[in-house]
Write a protein that binds this ligand. Structure first.
Ligand code: UFG
Length: 324
């Protein structure tokens, strides 16, 4: 099976690419390396380029017959999307449209899409199941919702079958520490906790302790990046077998507060996490927890590594050994 993986040098894309390679898939990675890392590519062919470059896509799709596209390439920072929506609509919507058009022009039948829990906005019921209303509260979430809607229309009109995954909080790193999370600047909680503990940055600020949660800090559902990788493989197999389109929420169905993450890291490693209690960050919902029954039932997916101890241990090892 030949698969084109856009953004395959990024955090989630690189773990997914490696998983597909291990399963014997012939992988071509298309990544402009604006956020991705050459060192994160552990096999297959790397094409350095833009997934919105129609001429490049025409060339790639003419040179080899692809069975599917797995689309990770996107900007992913909520705060930045509020400040610079044009950047997000250009990359996440316009470039995706170019990619979709190239895929249908070249008769590629299957598309796996990296969506986000951000499509739901403020939850009205928990855990958040797939049929929860889509009501994004920032441009990033809007771009992902538009991506899902384009896919629904492209299936109706052109027969392109797709699988969209709404990730909750992707976390952890490869067990062997050869690939991992590396954002510049880093804004995600778990790497910041670890870097603060190791003295690589100033004390962590806990964003808000007056939420209506068990200790006042925000609750999130952390899902191991290697579990996300297995879901993409199972999802692609599923839509190819059944010729359907589906959406899945990917999380562990368990929520932890920010303060619980800090305490869990201290327990796992014995290293104190210097932190201060600060004000809320704009746009943070109090609680996001995924319902994952659909992915378990239809795909046979198990979030096998998404317990907090495994996530924090793998993230800690990556931080100690990271090469990029
Ligand atoms: N947090 C802190 N201090 C920090 C950083 C984060 O207290 O220095 C808190 C946040 O307020 C939040 C939790 O830690 O409560 C997790 O924050 P992250 O920034 O790690 O992740 P988010 O939940 O904000 O965002 C994630 C993904 C987004 C996606 C979003 C969906 O990173 O791409 O979930 O809601 F859009």
């Amino acid at each position: 099976m030949n698969v084109l993986i856009t953004g395959g040098a990024g955090y989630i894309g690189s773990h997914c690419s490696r998983y597909f390679l291990e399963k014997g898939v012939d992988v071509t990675i298309l990544d402009d390396l604006s956020e991705g890392h050459r060192e994160a590519v552990k096999g297959g062919e790397l094409v350095v380029g833009d997934c919105g470059d129609g001429a490049l896509l025409d060339r790639l799709f003419s040179e080899k017959s692809y069975d599917a596209v797995v689309h990770f390439a996107a900007f992913t920072s909520v705060g930045e999307s509020v400040a610079e929506p044009r950047k997000y609509f250009h990359n996440n919507v316009e470039n995706m449209l170019t990619l979709l058009n190239a895929a249908v022009d070249h008769h590629i039948g299957y598309f796996v899409f990296s969506s986000s829990a951000a499509v739901f906005g403020e939850p009205v019921s928990l855990p958040i199941r797939e049929d929860h209303v889509l009501d994004p509260i920032n441009p990033y979430g809007e771009t992902k919702m538009i991506g899902e809607r384009m896919l629904a229309d492209y299936e109706r009109a052109y027969g392109l079958h797709s699988c969209s995954f709404r990730y909750f909080n992707a976390a952890g790193d490869s067990e062997d520490s050869s690939i991992g999370e590396s954002h510049h600047p880093e804004t995600h909680l778990i790497p910041l906790v670890i870097q603060a503990a190791l003295g690589k940055r100033p004390p962590l600020t806990v964003f808000g302790t007056d939420y209506d949660t068990r200790d006042g800090s925000c609750i999130r559902d952390y899902v191991h990046v290697e579990d996300l990788a297995s879901a993409h493989y199972l999802g692609l197999r599923y839509i190819m077998e059944h010729n359907v389109s589906e959406q899945f929420n990917l999380g562990s169905e368990t929520g932890f507060t920010v303060l619980e993450i800090i305490r869990a890291f201290e327990k796992v490693t014995g290293i104190a996490v210097p932190h201060t209690l600060g004000a809320r960050r704009a746009g943070d919902p109090a609680m996001l927890v995924a319902g994952n029954e659909k992915a378990k039932r239809l795909l046979g997916w198990e979030p096998a590594k998404s317990d907090l101890e495994t996530i924090l241990t793998d993230a800690y090892h990556w931080e100690m050994k990271r090469t990029y």
